[in-house]
Structures are given as C-alpha cells and as structure tokens.
Design a protein around this ligand. Sequence first.
Ligand SMILES: NC(=O)NCCC(=O)O
Ligand SMILES: [Zn+2]
Ligand SMILES: [Zn+2]
Length: 484
Amino acid sequence: MTSKIIKNGTVVTADLTYAADIRVEGGRITEIGQNLSGGEVLDASGCYVMPGGIDPHTHLEMPFMGTYSSDDFESGTRAALSGGTTMVVDFCLPSPQQSLLEALAMWDNKTSKASCDYSFHMAITWWGEQVFNEMADVVDRGITSFKHFMAYKGALMVDDDEMFSSFQRCADLGALPLVHAENGDVVAQMTAKLLAAGNNGPEAHAYSRPPEVEGEATNRAIMIADMAGVPVYIVHTSCEQAHEAIRRARQAGKRVYGEPLIQHLVLDETEYFNRDWDYAARRVMSPPFRNKQHQDSLWAGLASGSLQVVATDHCAFTTAQKRNGIGNFAKIPNGTGGLEDRMPVLWTKGVKTGRLTMNEFVAVTSTNIAKILNMYPKKGAILVGADADLVVWDPKRKKTISAAKQQSAIDYNVFEGIEVEGLPRFTLTRGQVAVTEDQISTEQGHGQFVAREAKNPVNRALSTWKEITAPRKVERTGIPATGV
Ligand SMILES: NC(=O)NCCC(=O)O
Ligand SMILES: [Zn+2]
Ligand SMILES: [Zn+2]
C-alpha cells in the first residue's frame, strides 16, 4: 500500500496548532510526527493542514417547487472538494404518504457519482404509524437525524402536533431533530397579501419572511424539543431573533444548536433591491438575506459559541429555473449555491478579519458538526485512525469568485466578484488527492455513505437528566374515600 506524507505544514485542528507531518495510508491517517519519510510527498510548506470541511446542509438534485435543483451528487461533490469540503450531508425528502424507506432507496440512487463521502438526514414530511415505525429502520440504516420544515405550507411543512410526535420519537431513538424554523402559516398569509397588492417581485420574498417569522418558529421548536426531551438543531439561522432564542435556551442548559449559512454571514438584503430581476431572483432563498445588524449577531454567535456550524444549504437553481417566478415571487425556486465557496469565503471574511481564529474556523466548518452528528473522530479530526479527509490550506492563494470558473452546474454565483485569499493547495478525500490547486482530479463513485450511530453523548446525557427530573405521580396515604 503506497503511503502519502503531507510534509512541512502546520496542523490546525479545532483546539491545537502545531508543526507536524502526516502519513496517510489506506484512506486513513496512520502517523503524525516530525520528519516522516517514505512515500509520496505532498508539500505543505507555508500551509495549514486542517480537517476537510463538512457541509451538513446540502440539497443535491432536490425535487422542489416544480423542478429539481441543478447540482447533483457529481457536480455538487466536485464543487465541494474544489473548495476544501470533503463531506456533505444531504436530505432525503419523502413525498406525503410515501414510505421513508422507499424515499431512501430513491436517494441512494442519486449518489453513485459522488466523489466525496456523504450522509443523509431524513425529512419528516407527514406523520402516521408507518412513519413512527420506519424511523427506527432509518436509524438502523445509520441515518440518525430527522428534518422538520415549519415552513412551505402545503408542501413540506409539518404542524406542531406532528413535530412534537416526531421529536418524542427522536428522543426514544436517540436521534437528533433538525428544524427549518419559519412560521409557515404567517408566511403564507403575508405572501397572499403582498401578491394581492401587486407586490410580485423577488424583493417581496424577503418582505414575506421577516425575522420575526423565524424568531417565533425557532423559539417554538426549541420549547417543543425541550418538552419532548430531545436536543434540537436549527438550520439556516439567519437573524438576531432566532439567534437570541438559541442563545437564551443554551444559557438555560437546553441542548440547542444553531447553523448560520455563509450566504447570511456575507450577503445582505440590499441584494433583493437590485433592479435586475434575474440578479435579485437568483438570491431568493429561505430565510432571505438580512441586514448588517443580523450579520453582526451571527458572527458574534460563532465567536462566542452560541452558534456552532457554518453551512451552505446548497440548493442551486439556474437562471432559467428562477424565471418560473416571473410575475409571482412565490414561484421562484428557493435556494442558492455556496458549496465551493463556503471555506474560502469564511476564511477571508472570518479568519483574515479577526472575527474567527483558525481553530474556530476548523470547529465551525468541520469538527463541531462531526461531533453533533456523531461521526467524530472518523470525520472532523486530525488523529491517527481518522479518515484522511484533509485540506492543505494555502493562506496566500487568491482568486476572484466567478461563475465562469466554478464547478457548480449553474450559470451564476451569488458571491461573484468577491476576492478570496485562502484556498486549498490539496484536498484529500479518504487519502485520495482530489484537488491540486486549480487541477481537479476527482473520481466519480469514490464517495461512500457514512453511517452514523444514534444516542450520542449529548442525547444520552439529556435523556438521563429528563428521566431524573420527570414529573412523577405523588404516592399518597390517607386519600379520602370518594362520596364521603
Ligand atoms: N433554503 C432554501 O431556500 N432552499 C432549500 C430548501 C430549504 O432548506 O429550505
Ligand atoms: Zn430550509
Ligand atoms: Zn435546506
């Protein structure tokens, strides 16, 4: 077995920075030390060697709003690797009344061309005995996180009753519920009102989903999770109102996680006021981009630890697809891209500006989510035995982001024109070099499904605490006889 040695770099993990060489063999890290020799050398001089990024929120080839998102597991994972991300976690979305296992078979079929490792979250889009039962089978298949949409009324949305039932089932199974937190009833009414008033452009998408819609739903999801006795992970946290609910809950000891997206950290609501319809529509996503105060809140959350993960929610639609919504913003497919850009943009806007340390960068792009999803230290770590999903990060490499040069299949990039400094020199997926600077050598089909175990330490601790503090029947003596 030929080994590779990553030489002369500085290893950066979520908690340490130190000079060392790394030996990679059979897809894993086999040695970390000084002056290693023997094997193919990858020169990391002047570079940081970090765990590859994990993007826990992607929608590749997602059926949504009458179409399919344009990046599939081929272009999507290629884009991921080119930007230093070595694993994606996508969403399996059963149709109403569809078996979860049948949906999973459909999603399994999409992945044959994946060039980096992947896993799934299972969405709960309806509720019944079958779903209740199949959730156990899904967990047995290594999918231990369940997504709930509080928005998209009439499509993916579940109500509080369904959500509470599912959360309790997650608690029993030791699984993690995820939530898209926006009040779907309010959004539906505001959308109808805006359209009736002739407000049909892309900017009205943002008007229909103000921060209060997200703050209310985030708080509701957190309280429901607490009553169900289960941790909860709030996806695409975009505003102070939602962040405040998460922060407050965490201060009260609740097990809550928040995930800002790179788009919300960097792009703001003025994008929707652009007079070019295509420009604005390409940026339509839910929740919408917010103002600078909300962005500051998200950055502060990452620095202080009240928010844990930076993702992309990569759900890429072409301009032609976006044009389905001309004359009615509610028909613009919701979603933006970012898989390729998350790491370089976060490094440039976060580490280079001093908003984040390098170790915090590793934590929020890789290690924290590996722990939350119970796949640490296989993923998210530089340790002997861990998968050799690594990025050799050259802090001096620069580029200007441009759709013309991207791997993604769509015809634009919401980060177009942003100059980034900090890019991969090499990206390795389970020991295989997939990227050498601008040269892409990904292998379709190299990506493997990552099964995850339920009952991670946080689930177990919370269950123990909830059991100890559960309301109990009071045993009484001397109860008066009835009717006396
Ligand atoms: N976020 C978005 O607009 N599209 C993808 C689906 C979702 O995550 O809500
Ligand atoms: Zn969502
Ligand atoms: Zn999403």
